[in-house]
Design a protein around this ligand. Sequence first.
Ligand code: ARG
Ligand code: GLU
Length: 714
Amino acid sequence: MKKIFLILLVSLLSFSNLIAEEGMWIPSLLQKMNEGEMITMGMRITAKDIYDINHASLKDAIVSIGGCSAEIISDQGLLITNHHCGYSRIQQHSTLEHDYLTDGFWAMNKSEELPNAGMIARLLIRIDDVSLEVLKGVENAMTEEQRDVIIKKNIKEITEKAEKESGYEASIRPFYYGNQYFMFLTETYKDVRLVGAPPSNIGKFGGDTDNWMWPRHTGDFSIFRIYADKDNKPAVYSKDNVPYKPKYHIPISLKGANEGDFTFVFGYPGRTEEYIPSYGVDMNVNVVNPVIIDLRTEKLNIFKKYIEQDRLVRIQYASKAAGVSNTWKKLIGANKGLIRFDAIAKKQAYEKDFINWAGSTPSLKSEYGNLITDLEKVYGELAPYQKASTYLREAGNGVEIIRFASGFKSLLEAEDEAKFEKLLTSKQKDVASFFKDYHQPIDKEVFEKLLAMYQKGSDPAYLPDFLISIQSKYKGDIGKLANEVFKKSIFASEAKLTAFLKDADFGKLKKLQNDPAYELAADLDKLDEGKLQPQIKKLGNELAKLQRIYMKAQMEMQPEKRFYPDANSTLRVTYGKVKPFDPSDGVKYKHFTTMKGIIEKEDPNIYDYVVENKLKELYQTKNYGPYADQDGSMHVCFIAANHTSGGNSGSPILNADGHLLGLNFDRVWEGTMSDLNYDPDYCRNISVDIRYCLFIIDKFAGAGHLVKEMTIVE
Ligand code: ARG
Ligand code: GLU
């Protein structure tokens, strides 16, 4: 009896070891790969409820809005995503008079909803494995170039056929580094209107200080609506469009997320690199990341100084600063984590095992015997070019006036009259939007500081010409170069540039070639196109091939292991439990936060920590309506062990019944290394509790009519 119990216990234990919270899975393969495990972990719905091509399923409510995820929560096309995902839209509608970033925005009826030119909502129709068709005609002995030609041709044929037959858009993406290919049929709606956004002191509460951190108190949500033509089909904005009628919208749970609950996240993670060798991690940690971190530290200091002094500058630079800061802080966290948890050493140990395995039979040896040394060699050659390219992008093109000027290159290189006219009109429009959010004193300071760092930090062999000639021309003084550029360049003056473009023809535009800002942009281009990109492309091709073989080999080496494909901006499901964690010795993090923490963090003198009286009043009177937790408090955010990445922002986090618990919007700092090295003890995704969103909509903003549209499960 005892023995049986022991055996049972042992097998249960080893089974629970198998339960991996790591992984971003392909929705169409859930039934085969994950359903059993998901049910064991507590799920009460089936894989078919999540992804089905014959009946309405959850996937019909999951939307890509380009870079972020979103989900449909009413039968009238109401769409919810993060505040930071709607941020640039909210910002574009903001002026000093209508500062929606600061004050929030709420459409009290459909006629007040604001159109967003260029915003899309992409829905997935179906996913198909097309590996055999895409790889038809490909042979091992081919060069990468030959292989690419065949694959491109196959992809073109398959997608054209699929589009013709289905009437939907088709796109094909490589998985497992090109060992497999999947096709995605999608439908893209083009009229997406802003419906509501809380003020930044709720939607971005804690700002960049709290970003990537736990405990968190951010109400990171905003609301849009998809519009369609009268046949419910995609159409560009028209006042005659009507709210989109979705196949499915997600019911909302008021039960909250309790410790140990099963959850899953359904959305569009952008990019992970879990299967690259130690040399790739090394290049990130020691070569590329430090350059980005140093340059952005300087840039952010400059932004901050000006933003604090001037309300208009805050509006102009809020979105830019958030973007610069976000990657900066993530990389600091990722580097810390990768070093703290010995990611490189772990990979090296794994590579040792791999080398042993690859040497174990003559046939493996001939196929994979040199793989690791080849990878080492190519990464070694690539690293200096990646470093130079990072400087070019972050420092050179990190100066707004230079990047703006470089945008005119296409105009000067237009092939014919028609193209030229089209580009000219679009550039004329760009001018106004560029200057709307441009503050020259900031840019001038960025110019001086970042280019000086570029000059000092980059390998002299890969400096743009102007940073070499500056020695003789300006005695190395970047300040003098800056004075010259900002005084003489036409790109420094909205009035002059607008007048110049007004009735410009090709001959006149050629003059731009001698513009001092344009010249700098041209030098950067020359360096990039002449010295860097050809090498990066060549080595990138070699790497693509090696990495594809390495991926295949790893799967062969561990036939019993379930491999998930690295994220590639396609729809994925990841699942894990609501779980507290211990970030460091002596510290324990609970799995949720409440409004108490908002009051604790309040600081009326710091923009990101202002708490409005209205919110305080609701807190003091506990006026939470049906949105309070069972414990009587208002929960704000929670963490769970879901393997998410950038792009998963706005993704729904769902419970065992497939009901909405919240919106994913971040990861904890200790776990931002997870794109390269997932660790179940330290990686947590952060979500805003949907009940807090509803409370803000209903009680704070008085937009209860929106909640009435939704399907609420008590
Ligand atoms: N870190 C989250 C993400 O990667 C949120 C970013 C927006 N918030 C901010 N404070 N910048 O997108
Ligand atoms: N905030 C991120 C995004 O915009 C999600 C957080 C993450 O990288 O996990 O996608």
